[in-house]
Design a protein around this ligand. Structure first.
Ligand code: NAG
Ligand code: NAG
Length: 422
């Protein structure tokens, strides 16, 4: 099952460094000024001294007040989609009310799992469905189902990752089914499988468009394994950081490949379960989660560089999908009626930072779907207690229809954009 996770913030240490730099600068400045003027005559010394005193007073006042202003913490952001949508980073903006949403009714979509259909599970306020993402300097093109279905004819779209990938997969199918007349006959899971939490593969065919939309469950992307012989007793299983998941050969034969990973890289899901890291034959008992995540992503990156057919497949990686656990142990969850007005630090995540960093160093183009900032505001859009299990609250997963639809609106607009296609 899904439980909580931790977000790390890196701004406080950055701020401290900034202040240190500022004060050492003012020290040096004052000293060099003083030296320069000692050799002058007494009278001019007096005048200059007066001037210096005034000047230093100004400098002091300035640096006394300056730290009160927020330094631009965001200035070093990567512009992930810069090549696709010139002069607009679609991942920075705000949510505005829009009565034309939602794009579908989850209860009428057989591929929206019951656990995400919050209205059917008793949620009374439907306002969370009526928000549109507005990027700062542009608009996301309006979702036009017939245009998109036409462009996707004959394609295979593959989602790989954890349950948040499954949500996006479900959302995309529900969105595209709006353009299909005979939904029951035309759109089906190829093995007749029902959606369950542990299922490793689901494939849906839109038969009249010959369009496949597949989902592979791979929460770490790398291979889980059993504990090696002679391992300490607490080691029940391992995550093999140097080896991609066995199923990966089934992912590459695709036109669009969308990855995620993140929510399982927590102590509760790993160490508390007796799951430790392994590279080659050796156990990495002392290895921290951050460096393990980076290592796994580097394994993924080098696999991708050699396996993917760049002439055919466009690759995306979704960053951390913000969650809204609060409280001292980050274990309580209060779904609000309206989105937060501020992101409250949830617009950053160490997971997203590592994803952006690893992708930047690759030669295969990978588009980062940087959904962390937009999700940060959406404290209103989580499943909460309106899931299939009322006994737990859930501030990680999202209601459908909802936030994952916006990920898809952005993704689909990128799939259509000419300059991104070969
Ligand atoms: C969605 O569909 C169900 C079943 O047809 C219906 O009961 C419900 O009122 C619909 N919800 C909305 C918000 O229209
Ligand atoms: C990809 O396209 C380039 C240029 O058209 C071609 O030279 C290359 O052989 C193609 N690679 C594959 C794997 O099809």
């Amino acid at each position: 099952m899904f439980s909580r996770f931790e977000v790390e913030h890196c701004s406080p240490s950055k701020l401290r460094k900034f202040h240190e730099r500022v004060s050492s600068f003012s020290d040096r400045f004052a000293k060099s000024r003083c030296k320069h003027y000692v050799s002058k005559s007494i009278s001019s010394l007096f005048v200059i001294g007066l001037f210096l005193w005034f000047f230093l007073a100004m400098v002091c006042t300035h640096f006394f007040y300056f730290p009160r202003y927020q330094p631009p913490v965001r200035s070093n952001r990567v512009h992930q989609s810069g090549d696709l949508v010139p002069k607009c980073n679609v991942f920075y903006g705000n949510w505005i009310p829009d009565e034309s949403y939602p794009l579908y009714n989850a209860t009428q979509c057989p591929f929206a799992e019951r656990g995400f259909d919050c209205l059917a599970n008793g949620r009374r306020d439907g306002g969370y469905q009526k928000w549109r993402w507005k990027p700062k300097n542009c608009e996301i093109p309006r979702f036009n189902v017939h245009e998109i279905l036409g462009k996707l004819r004959g394609k295979r779209i593959v989602f790989v990752g954890d349950s948040l990938s499954r949500t996006q997969w479900e959302s995309m199918i529900c969105m595209l089914m709006q353009g299909v007349q005979d939904k029951r006959r035309d759109v089906y899971e190829i093995n007749g499988n029902k959606i369950t939490k542990r299922i490793r593969f689901l494939g849906v065919l839109f038969s009249s468009y010959n369009l496949r939309i597949d989902y592979y469950r791979s929460v770490f992307l790398v291979q889980p394994g059993s504990s090696p012989r002679r391992a300490p007793k607490r080691v029940k299983s391992t995550v093999r950081l140097d080896k991609l998941e066995d199923m990966s050969n089934e992912w590459i034969d695709s036109d669009f490949l969308i990855f995620n990973s993140g929510h399982w890289w927590t102590p509760t899901k790993l160490f508390d379960m007796g799951c430790y890291f392994q590279a080659g034959q050796s156990l990495k008992l002392g290895m921290g989660i951050t460096s393990a995540f980076r290592t796994a992503l580097e394994t993924w990156a080098s696999w991708l560089e050699t396996s993917v057919n760049r002439n055919r497949t466009r690759v995306f990686f979704r960053t951390f999908e913000s969650s809204h656990w609060i409280g001292r142990n980050r274990n309580s969850c209060e779904v609000t009626r309206r989105p937060w007005l501020k992101s409250k630090g949830k617009d950053r995540s160490w997971i997203s930072d590592i994803i952006i960093d690893v992708v930047k160093k690759m030669t295969t183009p990978v588009t980062v779907l940087h959904v962390t900032p937009m999700g940060a505001f959406r404290s209103d859009a989580h499943v909460g207690t309106w899931s299939d299990d009322r006994s737990i609250t859930d501030c990680s997963h999202w209601c459908l229809p909802g936030v994952p639809d916006t990920w898809n609106e952005i993704l689909l607009s990128m799939l259509l954009s000419k300059d991104g296609m070969e």
